[in-house]
Design a protein around this ligand. Structure first.
Ligand SMILES: [Fe+2]
Length: 493
């Protein structure tokens, strides 16, 4: 709140509160307008005072925050009808925006799709806690990685029984604790077992097919589809929606999960008070970086250089890993080129080193960032993919560090207008190696947001054995030897 107030020139016109609950489960007492509700009755308007000035207050439900963030950020013109899908921990529904921007729910397809998605991971993971059905926010990302290891085998009876049981449960976290599922052969089987990896892929596909069946039956008007909710971070599902042939356009914002809820409620308030639904935005509108160390202090432990992109590209080509900090943070959970760890994409050992730096499991993939104009050279995709929300098959056998076990990657493309300095670095790397692609993984501490201050950055780089960092137009090289494993990686032959 203090950071937000520091950026304001005066008292606000409206103070908005995204609806939520007072507790852990969506069924607990409402906070503000609460969790569920999609029509006009799901908003609350009032008046208050701030800093001696009258302000209007507004709250709308969590469900509406997802819907309005997708509508307000999309290219769909104000007043154009479209379909929307909200799928997240608790909600799994299709909607239609009318030309008057009323929201009609077409179908509530599946309760708790996100929670059910991660539930099989918790069931198979002996370390998952018994409370809340073993729910952990990190489960979904691990599941997505493990589905890539699945074999294309038919669905077995044991797999079908478990998947159908979970998908048919109401309020999954409350009704199906792990001990209640001890009958399943997948109970505590271990998430790295081949049996679990096969199950994970089939479970994922079963969830998608429940939604696809309803879409094929009821979303036949040829309207664009907006996707919101945390399941909108699943690149496999997004790719299937894009390719299913039902929708002329599919839009997923870079913050489809709850990180977009504040924007969605602000859009909703703007719509209520002004009649306008669209906002001007770009993905680099997150918080400013906090410069809480002087350059002289940084030079106590780092050698400082003016940023020279060809020189940096040569160091990356020689196998070094750099943190990269530019301007304001990305919005949403994915590193899109302003808070990143960057490295050469050629050797599997680099993926292992990056996972080691990030304290992640070795099976987690590392995503590539690629010059937009080169994307079809390396991946089976042509055009922009600026938010790392879709899978591509990797065409270029040199890209071993960013190719998942199933031959896919979730590439982010970068153009000169989107991120000129990162694009220039990719061009310099292409000059050095022939390939305008780098590993790009988020610069964050486990379970926390992006690293966003010099003090955290310096500590992280030193603690994790990273070779140095770029901060705006300065390059800082760690003076002491890296602590992490080195692999003597070279560029391609
Ligand atoms: Fe949500």
């Amino acid at each position: 709140m203090l950071d937000a107030l520091a950026q304001m020139e005066g008292p606000p016109d409206v103070v908005c509160l995204s609806g939520w609950v007072k507790g852990f489960h969506s069924t607990e007492p409402p906070l503000g307008a609460g969790y569920f509700g999609f029509d006009d009755s799901a908003t609350m308007v009032g008046e208050s005072r701030m800093l001696g000035h009258p302000v209007r207050t507004f709250s709308s439900t969590h469900e509406r925050s997802h819907l309005l963030s997708a509508y307000g950020m999309s290219d769909v013109e104000h007043g154009r009808s479209c379909y929307a899908l909200v799928w997240e921990g608790n909600i799994g529904s299709f909607y239609e925006f009318t030309p008057e921007l009323r929201i009609r729910r077409i179908s509530s397809v599946l309760e708790d799709p996100g929670n059910k998605y991660q539930h099989v991971f918790a069931l198979a993971d002996p370390s998952s806690p018994p409370q809340h059905g073993g729910f952990r926010f990190s489960n979904a990302g691990k599941m997505m990685a493990l589905t890539g290891f699945a074999r294309p085998t038919p669905v077995s009876r044991a797999e079908r029984e478990l998947i159908e049981y979970i998908l048919d449960q109401p309020s999954i976290l409350l009704t199906a604790p792990k001990e209640k599922l001890s009958w399943s052969p997948f109970h505590d089987i271990g998430v790295e077992s081949q049996e679990f990896k096969d199950l994970a892929a089939k479970h994922s596909q079963a969830i998608f097919e429940r939604f696809l069946a309803v879409a094929e039956r009821e979303l036949t008007g040829g309207l664009p589809l907006l996707i919101a909710g945390g399941c909108g971070l699943n690149c496999d599902w997004n790719s299937q929606w894009r390719d299913c042939g039902l929708f002329p356009e599919v839009f997923v914002p870079p913050c489809p999960n709850d990180s977009g809820s504040a924007i969605g409620t602000a859009v909703d308030a703007q719509l209520h008070f002004t009649g306008q639904s669209k906002i001007t935005w770009d993905v680099y509108r997150g918080p400013d970086f906090l410069h809480d160390r002087t350059r002289a202090q940084i030079r106590d432990t780092f050698d400082e250089h003016a940023l020279d992109l060809p020189q940096l590209a040569a160091q990356l080509a020689a196998g070094k890993v750099f943190a990269w900090v530019q301007g304001r943070c990305e919005i949403g959970p994915r590193a899109l080129g302003n808070r990143s760890l960057l490295a050469a994409p050629f050797e599997k050992g680099m993926r292992d080193r990056l996972n080691h730096i990030k304290l992640r499991e070795p099976y987690r993939p590392i995503a590539p960032v690629c010059r937009e104009e080169d994307v079809s050279e390396h991946f089976d995709w042509d055009g922009p993919s600026p938010y790392m929300l879709y899978f591509q098959n990797v065409r270029d056998p040199r890209l071993r560090a960013v190719t998942h076990v199933d031959g896919t990657a979730r590439a982010q493309t970068v153009s000169t207008s989107q991120n000129p300095r990162l694009h220039a670095l990719l061009s310099a790397f292409k000059q050095a190696t022939g390939t305008g692609v780098l590993c790009n993984t988020s610069l964050n501490l486990p379970g926390r947001g992006f690293i966003n201050s010099t003090s955290d950055l310096v500590t992280y780089v030193l603690d994790r054995g990273i070779d140095g960092f770029v901060l705006e137009d300065r390059l800082y090289l760690a003076r002491r030897a890296p602590l992490g494993p080195t692999d003597g990686q070279d560029g391609p032959a």
